[in-house]
Design a protein around this ligand. Structure first.
Ligand code: MG
Length: 161
């Protein structure tokens, strides 16, 4: 077994036309996040957790934020590529758990959608929790959204403990 952690944070965009996408789910009417891709902080944190567990570097080295090819990219597609790379190394994803930290939007009402979307791409259970920043710091001032993730990989060919 191998465990990995992921973290990501994106600031809110000043562009009113930019959609907010978290875990592949679009939050209509909410401020979007700034970033080179679609700025899906949840997809990015999950991808980094899996890359870390597999010892495959980080998302920025796989998809540099100055690469025109990934400008505006759907981060769930990038996450799918990461999952494929992890599997190609012989690993199977056991599960991923995420915490999204923000004052808004509320994650709880959309939790099932995020979990379904992420679990579909990862091919294993992905759980999502929402946590407010209690008005502390940049996240508490509603300047952006952060996500933490932890992922567990197992070697399907290895003997159990
Ligand atoms: Mg990111």
């Amino acid at each position: 077994m191998r465990v990995g952690q992921g973290f990501d944070v994106h600031r809110f965009s000043d562009d009113p036309g930019r959609p907010l996408v978290l875990g592949g789910v679009v939050f209509e009417g909410e401020r979007g996040l700034d970033g080179h891709s679609d700025a899906d902080a949840v997809a990015h944190a999950v991808a980094d957790a899996l890359l870390g567990a597999a010892g495959l570097g980080d998302l920025g080295s796989w998809f540099p934020d100055d690469d025109p090819a990934t400008a505006g990219a759907d981060s769930m597609v990038l996450l799918g590529a990461v999952v494929a790379a992890v599997r190609a190394e012989g690993w199977s994803v056991a599960n991923v758990d995420c915490t999204v930290v923000c004052e808004a939007p509320r994650i709880g009402p959309r939790r099932d959608e995020l979990q379904a979307c992420l679990s579909d791409v990862v091919g294993a259970p992905v759980t999502v929790k929402g946590k407010r920043a209690e008005a502390l710091g940049a996240l508490g001032r509603r300047e952006g959204i952060a996500c933490l993730a932890v992922g567990l990989l197992v070697d399907p060919g290895a003997a159990g403990p």
